[in-house]
Design a protein around this ligand. Structure first.
Ligand SMILES: Nc1ncnc2c1ncn2[C@@H]1O[C@H](COP(=O)(O)OP(=O)(O)OP(=O)(O)O)[C@@H](O)[C@H]1O
Length: 384
């Protein structure tokens, strides 16, 4: 399979301008704008029904544009039929012809384009080598594994040298091991060919490990577009923070001086730039959001009272539950009327009184309970 390493972009740049898409009376995407650079890999991530597939299908030309533009290298495609756009789409279901051989499937788009037999033969061999299917070109699709079928689908999509590769959850039917391999291989191939690529996925780990930029959609709007590190560590809003797996929300008060009033009544003053505060919060109620893996704790000891104050959030509570996640134990800590989750390498006994400590730099502060909330169920469903 291909070696990792970037080459100059061969793909096309895309600009979506004030795009409106929908079905019958309902708008699914309303007023979405996004620029995708040539050779960039974008992952569209979002809860079920937020419009990811609709957007991808509109790019391919299968969903009509109600308003706005889809520009490919500056040319408006919004009224161009699918066959005139030349984009290649790869589906979760593979969408291969089961009665045909690997070679016939890879050749399918080339035949439609009227290529000669010789050119097709050479191109099929080139594509089979590119995706690691040498020696299997005569095999029938029915006699392939899931991972091999996915490679055929990829070879078929790439055979026509598309300006843009659209991937609709292409890996979700594969088991975990092959999925990890295919993620890496598709990413390496995309970088090597400089292909502009848009991936739709539910899986945030997949999105972060493959894409240059992750675009998080919420109800047809972009909640945030940023690098994997930005959306994970510097979420623009509470929706993104929760969607990216920040499990803990503590309601706090913000005083006019900018101090935090904690649920236990204590007041905390942090260095002004220590916390991530992307939206203006003057005073009043706010949500302090942080990840379970950013927190740690020590059993409460007598020496605690003597300890010098530290610029971190410290919360005292009691262990109510714990579960082993593989590399760490996840603890549910009761703090007054609230519960938070804390990951730790060591298991704390149920009932133990502990002090959870969260570094100020791992805290995000947002206006209280914005409308853009992710439900517990959504967050669980999208956990990697
Ligand atoms: N052909 C259609 N006709 C009418 N409504 C549709 C059609 N396809 C999708 N929808 C609706 O449009 C909304 C967005 O659907 P879409 O498939 O784009 O979401 P998604 O984010 O890809 O979801 P999922 O992750 O579950 O695939 C949903 O409410 C869905 O029910």
């Amino acid at each position: 399979m291909p070696q990792e390493g970037k080459s100059p972009a061969l793909g096309s740049g895309i600009a979506l301008k004030d795009l409106h898409l929908g079905y019958e009376r309902a708008d699914v995407i309303s007023g979405l704008s996004l620029d995708v650079a040539a050779g960039e890999f974008i992952a569209l991530l979002g809860a079920s029904g937020c419009g990811k597939t609709t957007l991808l299908r509109a790019l391919a030309g299968f969903v009509p544009v109600r308003r706005g533009e889809i520009l490919l290298d500056g040319r408006d495609l919004s009224q161009t039929p699918p066959e005139g756009r030349g984009m290649a789409m790869m589906f979760q279901s593979y969408a291969l012809w089961p009665h045909m051989s690997v070679a016939e499937n890879i050749a399918y788009g080339l035949k439609l384009r009227g290529w000669s037999k010789e050119r097709i033969r050479d191109r099929v061999a080139e594509m089979a080598a590119l995706v690691g299917l040498e020696g299997l070109t005569a095999r029938r699709i029915a006699a392939l594994s899931g991972g091999q079928k996915q490679r055929v689908a990829l070879a078929r999509a790439l055979a026509v040298s598309p300006p843009v590769l659209l991937l609709d959850e292409p890996l979700s039917n594969l088991d975990a091991g092959i999925r990890a391999t295919m993620r890496h291989e598709i990413r390496a191939l995309q970088q090597r060919l400089g292909l502009t690529t848009i991936l739709v996925t539910h899986d945030r780990e997949e999105a972060m490990s493959m894409a240059d930029r992750v675009v998080i959609l919420n109800k047809g709007e972009i909640a945030q577009a940023g690098t994997p590190e930005q959306v994970y560590h510097r979420p623009d809003n509470a929706y993104v923070a929760r969607f990216m797996g920040a499990e803990n929300t503590l309601p706090v008060g913000v005083t006019v001086e900018g101090d935090l009033r904690l649920p236990d009544g204590k007041t905390l003053r942090l260095a002004p730039d220590a916390m991530h505060i992307p939206q203006a919060i003057r005073s009043g109620s706010a949500d302090l959001i942080f990840r379970a893996d950013a927190a740690s704790f020590d059993p409460v000891s007598r020496s605690m009272q003597d300890r010098a104050p530290e610029p971190d959030l410290r919360l005292r509570g009691q262990v109510r539950q714990q579960a082993y996640l593989g590399s760490v134990y996840r603890h549910e800590i009761e703090i007054g009327a609230h519960r938070i989750l804390v990951d730790a390498p060591r298991k704390m006994p149920i009932g133990a009184v502990v002090e959870a400590c969260i570094p100020a730099t791992a805290l995000c502060l947002f206006p209280a309970r914005s409308q853009t909330t992710v439900t517990g169920q959504e967050a669980a469903a999208h956990a990697a």
